[in-house]
Write a new protein. Structure first.
Lengths: 397, 397
């Protein structure tokens, strides 16, 4: 089967680019002496997670209980939720998974920790819990420099049913780009990586000095992760503590945002949207506009640092030749439209590819993606962990 | 079952609001003497389309062949693709559907029309084709005032395998809001509706005067459609021609964009995202921030005219009380975060609802949605026409 046989729009994964991306991040983990615990939110694919494991990944990271259920059912034995788990129903589902796999999750509030304790101790069980730390992103997690962090750690260590297993952060500020004129993109990634490592060490060293129970080098996890910050990661240690694991997700595919941030090249982008040119005409200013059958329902409205429009156009679909001046300027649900200054080298009925701005949300729009080698379709990969049906009794797997 | 029993995030449809929205648009169609041919892209639900039909809708509108296949399989006998259909594979699939239902589609280029003719005449068949007209949106469709429109109409009328059945437009400029300071939102919708009707009449009257075959009042479809423009729609006729059908889609649910445009009230918004508060803390400026388990993978990054942030927060989940000053300021994949000046009246573990910015893309993230009446869950509605699997042999139905 060839890509010309696939209905559009659909998602293609270039096998050779994917393989290179998997190998590169595994090599980073090994060079820095950390476990690679990849975040499966990006692909939600059991087959792809197995390839990550075969290449050396140790354990998986997930964001949701849905994802945890799919991957435990597929035989993965060590699943960490990089997410503050809140709600009795979620804890009950995780307890069922804990019969078959090592499950760990985050807390970032005393209220969340107390509810987790009630759920796990109430069931006569004990869970590995990581305190989520905010090292500068501003999302969930206790700010690294705030006294609340140690208060929460002591509470977790003291509560029945919980075991204080480590600290975890998502250094999402790596997606913000340079913060002042004297900093370039590569410098920004190095700064974020250095800050992340330094702030996580501050927390661990500080807690040990303060006598928080269980905080000892070796046994205590220091978990960080984002694809862009890995480009600047150096595993400096302090007082016996070191970063113990990294949790990037996007690196398997990369996308226009990673290229904008300087953490990937266009040739590292394994995921593309295959689309058909459905219309073409000159607009009132004389510019040639083109229209594709790929809109928000596949590319999504997502942007990101350094992106321009809704993805980068590759002409043609077989050779993946970029068309640098083309811009995909607008999307509606099932239409993408753009301009090519000087005229487009494609006609109605031709096919093009687009590197999306954000691979993770793009994959989430689909039930399956296609692994390809050039114009040959190798196999369909189901997006196993998306869209699970609840009360009508059909899982998404 | 109650909404407290549903895992979050998930989508709720308020039955009474839905019923009122269905009745209101049906009444508009009847008052204006047009067929309501609802666009099912918004809900992609067979059950919901049946309710539309029971209340008087005549035929369905779809954007994709996938959608056409699902609704024809469910017994709908008159399906129109409001989309320029390009590609031999699409025409072959439509021909199979044409054995069981009345299928019509759009063309907006001579190349597209010639390829459609080759596909249908080559199979010894004939298709009803509408020329897509652009009445000012700037997306697909031949501009209403351009000589290319008549050239295309003559070509469609002359080509074997095609029957020139009408003209169709999507007046998407209704989503742009006022275009000058002296215009308010309601005025903008009235202007767009008036322009749309007038420009479609210009085309039909002009083509008949020019002797384009088959352009006669009564038999010739004049199809318009967008939810906001329906708020200003008055079916003025000319020389025997009138608008024959409307194709709104979003009206079944409405959303924050419709409220911004003035085409719906908050109390008309039937679709909400049910979410759990997963974290809460004061940020460095002393403002209380809250974090929800609803991010881009359910709300999407979509914006829209008059929206602010990523949707409107309703506190609490049962009473749907709005929290006017709360803002959902940022989303990542599985997190939504925001601020409530003065402090949030909810705690970690509480549930809230959010009216999304754009209902159609929000529904597309899910495999099922829940019809509710207050806090009682009535039933699960499968999102039948999303995410169909291709070469792995599993349909999305």
């Amino acid at each position: 089967m060839f890509i010309d046989d696939l209905p559009t729009p659909c998602l293609l994964i270039e096998r050779r680019r994917l393989e290179a991306n998997l190998a590169r991040m595994q090599a980073t983990a090994e060079a820095q002496g950390v476990a690679l615990r990849p975040h499966v939110k990006t692909h939600k694919s059991v087959r792809l997670a197995r390839w990550q494991r075969e290449r050396g990944a140790r354990g998986l990271t997930v964001a949701t209980v849905d994802e945890a259920e799919v991957f435990v059912a597929a035989g993965f034995e060590d699943v960490r939720l990089a997410y503050p788990v809140v709600g009795a129903e979620r804890h009950a589902r995780l307890q069922r998974l804990a019969d078959r796999a090592r499950i760990s999750f985050c807390v970032d509030t005393v209220a969340g920790a107390e509810a987790a304790s009630a759920a796990w101790a109430g069931a006569g069980r004990r869970a590995d819990v990581l305190v989520e730390i905010d090292v500068g992103h501003g999302r969930t997690g206790v700010p690294w420099h705030h006294a609340d962090a140690e208060v929460l750690a002591r509470r977790v260590a003291a509560l029945p049913g919980l075991c204080l297993a480590g600290i975890l952060t998502h250094e999402g500020q790596a997606y913000h780009g340079p913060v002042h004129d004297a900093e370039d993109e590569a410098g920004a990634l190095r700064r974020v990586a250095r800050e992340t490592v330094g702030r996580m060490l501050d927390v661990a060293v500080g807690w040990r000095a303060a006598g928080v129970p269980g905080v000892e080098p070796g046994a205590f996890a220091l978990s960080i992760g984002s694809t862009p910050s890995m480009a600047g990661f150096e595993n400096a240690g302090r007082d016996g503590f070191r970063i113990t694991e990294i949790r990037p997700g996007n690196y398997v595919f990369n996308d226009a945002t990673q290229v904008g941030l300087g953490s990937a090249r266009w040739a590292d982008c394994a995921l593309t949207v295959l689309a058909t040119v459905i219309s073409k005409r000159r607009d009132p200013t004389g510019r040639e506009r083109f229209f594709l059958d790929a809109g928000k329902k596949v590319l999504t409205a997502d942007g990101g640092y350094g992106t321009d429009g809704y993805g980068r156009l590759l002409y043609n679909a077989r050779t993946m030749t970029p068309l640098p001046h083309a811009r995909l300027t607008a999307l509606s649900e099932e239409h993408g439209w753009g301009v090519v200054p000087g005229g487009a080298p494609f006609d109605v009925g031709d096919r093009v590819r687009i590197v999306p701005n954000h691979a993770c949300v793009t994959v989430h729009t689909q039930d399956e993606v296609y692994l390809v080698d050039g114009d040959t379709v190798i196999e369909a990969l189901p997006v196993d962990a998306r869209g699970r049906r609840r009360i009508s009794g059909r899982g998404g797997e």
